[in-house]
Each structure stands twice: as structure tokens, then as C-alpha cells.
Write a new protein. Structure first.
Length: 238
């Protein structure tokens, strides 16, 4: 029977709901948290700093990533320092480029020199991974978030990027690879088999954790019954 309790991979919850994060923080399966401006907007968050500080008053030890939202590198740097000041368990999320396609590698290098823990996000290619790894320090905790779900949406295998990144990282390194944009619970096992360090899972998928290992014959029967009940309640006739 499949189970995630003993897998080496760390499951992070991805979202922007204080209520959900409070509940998930009590779940031993959840080892950390991520969020982003889009998720925050969709959840009606209007004050970024207030939201983050309230969250950090609850999540005091597990790692949590907050993303900069500026587009100019200098302003990104200012936001990164502010976000970093919020707590010891904070990772600063930095997109791999700005909206103009300008690489943020020089900014990553500067922030690493200041020993700021980073989560480099929206990574989609080997070239991006190579440039990031060239300047990341092995002794400073950092995360490279590869958007595996979105890559898979294009018909390409994200596993190739995970394997490429893992091969480039030393065993004693504090650099971790994260599987982002998770689409289904199966991705947890796929990511684990690839040696991925972390996977972020949205709450709508976390609600399905009880399905892991479910007997498929029972599931088949439940599905048939649900179709039957829906047809019966609709009063269809042929």
C-alpha cells in the first residue's frame, strides 16, 4: 500500500489561507509552506506584510517562503531584505527572471553573500538551473523550485530537469530541489523516486491524502454507485 509517511521527500503546503495553514501546521506530514502573490490575491489578502507576520506568529519553526513582487532588481533587493527580516524560518522567493526576461542571477549572488535563504522560483530549463547552481553557495540553505506541473503541461518530461539538477548538487549541500505546480497526488511518489527534496502541494490536493493506498476495487464500486445515484436522482429516461 502506498503511503507518504515514511518517504524521504518533504511535503510543503502551498496556499494563502491563514485558517488552512493553522490546521496544516498541526499535520506532521506537512514539513513547510509556500505562498505567492497570485495565491494571496485569490484569497483576498490586501496587506502582504500583515498577512505574513500573522502567519509567522503561528508557523514559528517550519520553513515558509514569501515572494518578492517588484520587477526592478534594486527594488527586488529591498523587498528581499525586508522579507528576510520577518523570521529565521523565512525563505525569500525570487523569480528566476523579471517580466522583461532579465536574469536575476546577480541579485541571487548578492543575497547569498548576505546569507539570506532563497527560494528561486519559476525555473523551467537546464540553462536556468546551471546558472543558478553556478553562484549558489553549498553551505547556505536554498531551494530551486522547478515548475514540473507546468512543464508537463507542455508535453515535456520534468523528471529530466530534476535528475539534471540533482546530479549537479553535492551530497552534503544545503541546496534543495523542489517540485512545484503539483497536479496530482501521484506526483509526490514520482518526485520522491527522482530524489526530489521537496514537493509543494495545494490544499485541494492535500484534502485527498486519505485516498492514498485506497483499494481500487472499492473505489470502482463507489464510482459506479455515484453514477447510478446521479442518474436516478435526475430522473433520466431513454
Amino acid at each position: 500500500m502506498n503511503t507518504i509517511n515514511n518517504l524521504p521527500i518533504k511535503v510543503f503546503a502551498d496556499g494563502a489561507s491563514i485558517k488552512e495553514f493553522i490546521n496544516l501546521n498541526k499535520n506532521p506530514i506537512i514539513k513547510g509552506f509556500t505562498t505567492n502573490p497570485s495565491l494571496m490575491k485569490n484569497n483576498g489578502i490586501v496587506d502582504y506584510s500583515l498577512f505574513a507576520l500573522e502567519l509567522l506568529s503561528i508557523i514559528k519553526t517550519k520553513p515558509i517562503s514569501f515572494e518578492v513582487f517588484a520587477d526592478e532588481l534594486e527594488e527586488m533587493k529591498e523587498q528581499a531584505f525586508k522579507i528576510n527580516s520577518w523570521g529565521e524560518n523565512v525563505y525569500v522567493k525570487i523569480p528566476v527572471t523579471n517580466t522583461k526576461g532579465i536574469s536575476v542571477v546577480p541579485l541571487i549572488k548578492h543575497l547569498q553573500e548576505k546569507k539570506i535563504k532563497l527560494n528561486i522560483t519559476a525555473v523551467f530549463s537546464k540553462e536556468q538551473i546551471q546558472k543558478i547552481l553556478f553562484i549558489l553557495k553549498e553551505d547556505i540553505p536554498s531551494i530551486i523550485s522547478i515548475f514540473c506541473g507546468r512543464i508537463a503541461d507542455t508535453g515535456q518530461d520534468p523528471g529530466k530537469l530534476i535528475r539534471f539538477a540533482k546530479q549537479k548538487i553535492k551530497k552534503n549541500s544545503k541546496i534543495e530541489i523542489l517540485w512545484a505546480s503539483t497536479r496530482e497526488l501521484l506526483n509526490i511518489f514520482q518526485a520522491n523516486d527522482l530524489g526530489t527534496d521537496i514537493i509543494t502541494v495545494p490544499n485541494e490536493l492535500l484534502k485527498k491524502l486519505d485516498l492514498i493506498g485506497k483499494n481500487l476495487d472499492e473505489y470502482s464500486l463507489e464510482t459506479v454507485k455515484s453514477f447510478y445515484q446521479d442518474a436516478k436522482s435526475s430522473k433520466y429516461s431513454i
